[in-house]
Design a protein around this ligand. Structure first.
Ligand SMILES: Nc1nc2c(ncn2[C@@H]2O[C@H](COP(=O)(O)OP(=O)(O)OP(=O)(O)O)[C@@H](O)[C@H]2O)c(=O)[nH]1
Length: 316
C-alpha cells in the first residue's frame, strides 16, 4: 500500500516526470514498498532480478566489481535501479546496496511493461533514464582510460607486458652506456620487432595480438643474461641493451631470441600459431649517444625486414 507521503515522493520520480499518477493508479497498486537498512544489499551481480526499484527516500550505491573498488554510481530520491534486467531480461550486472536507510517502491517488471504500454510519457522517461545511464557509463570509461594512461606514463613498467617501458629506458640506457664507455667495455644494442604483426592482429584479433606481445616480452626477458636490459620501445618493438658484449656475442644472443620466439606457439581461433622476430644489432662506437646507436640498429632492422624477415642483421 502506498501512503500519501510516498505518493508525493513518487511525483518527483524521474520515471513519472510530467505524468499524472491518477492515470496509472491501477498499476501503482500492484507495486509494494521495500525498506532497506543501511548496508543492506538490494541487488547482487549475477542474481536474478524481476523488479525496477524507485527510490522514495535514502541513497543506493552501485558497485560493478566488489566493495573494495570505488562505487560506480550513487542514486538518490527520484532515481531508479534495476532497469537493465528489465530491458534485456538478464541477471543483475552490479551490486547495489543502501548507503543509508532507504525507502523504495518495488515495481514488478510486468507492471512497468504495462505502464510503458499504456503511457507514452513513461516510455519516454524510461528512454531518458537509459540515455543518462549510457552517458554516465561512457564518461566513466573515458575517465578510467585516461587514468590508466596517466598511471602508465607515471610508471616505469609497461602495463601490457610487465617489462620496462620507454620512459624507463630513456633514463636507464644512457646511464648503462655511460658506464660501459667509462670502463672501456664493449656494448651492443638489439632492436627486436615482431614480423607482420598487423596481419596477425587483423586475422586473430587485437586481444590475441596482446597475448603475443605478453608472450614475446616474457620469452625475450627470460632469454637474456642477468646484466642485459630490455624494454618495450613501441607497439611491437623491443630494445635490448647488452653491456659487456661484443658484436659476435650480441649476434648469438639475437639469434637465440629469434629461435625462442619462433618456437613458441600460441592458441588462437585458428589453432596454434607462432610469430617470427626480426632483429637489428649495432655495436656502440666511441662517444655515441643512445639516439645514434638506436638509429643504426634501426637501419639494420630495416635490412632484416627487406631481406625477408625472421632474421638478424648487423649495423654498418
Ligand atoms: N594487439 C596489439 N597490437 C599492437 C599494439 N601496439 C601496436 N600494435 C599493432 O602492431 C602493428 C604494427 O604494424 P606495422 O608497423 O605495420 O608492422 P608489421 O605488420 O609488424 O610489419 P613488419 O614490421 O614490416 O613486419 C599495428 O597494426 C599496430 O596496431 C598493442 O599493444 N597490442
Amino acid at each position: 500500500m502506498i501512503d500519501r507521503e510516498d505518493r508525493q515522493r513518487l511525483q518527483h520520480a524521474k520515471l513519472f516526470a510530467n505524468i499524472s499518477l491518477e492515470s496509472i493508479e491501477h498499476l501503482l497498486e500492484r507495486c509494494h514498498r521495500l525498506d532497506l537498512e543501511r548496508g543492506e544489499h538490494l541487488l547482487e551481480a549475477g542474481a536474478a532480478n524481476s523488479h525496477l526499484y524507485l527510490i522514495l527516500d535514502g541513497e543506493l550505491r552501485v558497485y560493478l566489481a566488489d566493495r573494495t573498488m570505488p562505487e560506480h554510481a550513487v542514486f538518490g530520491a527520484g532515481d531508479c535501479v534495476g532497469e537493465m534486467s528489465l530491458l534485456d531480461g538478464q541477471k543483475a550486472s552490479a551490486l547495489v546496496l543502501a548507503a543509508h536507510d532507504t525507502r523504495l517502491l518495488a515495481m514488478p517488471h510486468e507492471v512497468l511493461w504495462a505502464l510503458v504500454d499504456c503511457s507514452h510519457g513513461v516510455a519516454r522517461n524510461l528512454l531518458a533514464i537509459m540515455a543518462g545511464r549510457m552517458r554516465n557509463d561512457n564518461l566513466a570509461m573515458v575517465n578510467s582510460q585516461t587514468q590508466s594512461l596517466e598511471f602508465e606514463q607515471a610508471s616505469s613498467v609497461d602495463a601490457l607486458t610487465g617489462i620496462h617501458n620507454r620512459r624507463w629506458l630513456l633514463e636507464a640506457y644512457p646511464r648503462a652506456i655511460g658506464r660501459c664507455e667509462r670502463n672501456g667495455e664493449s656494448l651492443c644494442l638489439i632492436i627486436a620487432d615482431i614480423d607482420l604483426f598487423k596481419r596477425f592482429n587483423d586475422r586473430f584479433g587485437h586481444l590475441a595480438g596482446d597475448g603475443v606481445l605478453r608472450r614475446v616480452a616474457r620469452q625475450l626477458a627470460d632469454g637474456l643474461r642477468t646484466q642485459d636490459l630490455i624494454a618495450r620501445y613501441g607497439g611491437e618493438e623491443f630494445l635490448i641493451l647488452l653491456p659487456h658484449a661484443g658484436l659476435d656475442e650480441a649476434l648469438l644472443i639475437a639469434e637465440r631470441l629469434r629461435d625462442l620466439v619462433a618456437a613458441c606457439a600460441l592458441e588462437t581461433s585458428e589453432g596454434m600459431q607462432s610469430v617470427t622476430l626480426s632483429c637489428g644489432v649495432a655495436q656502440m662506437r666511441k662517444g655515441e649517444t643512445l639516439d645514434e646507436l638506436t638509429s643504426r640498429a634501426d637501419a639494420a632492422l630495416l635490412n632484416a625486414k627487406e631481406n625477408g624477415r625472421d632474421r638478424v642483421e648487423t649495423a654498418e
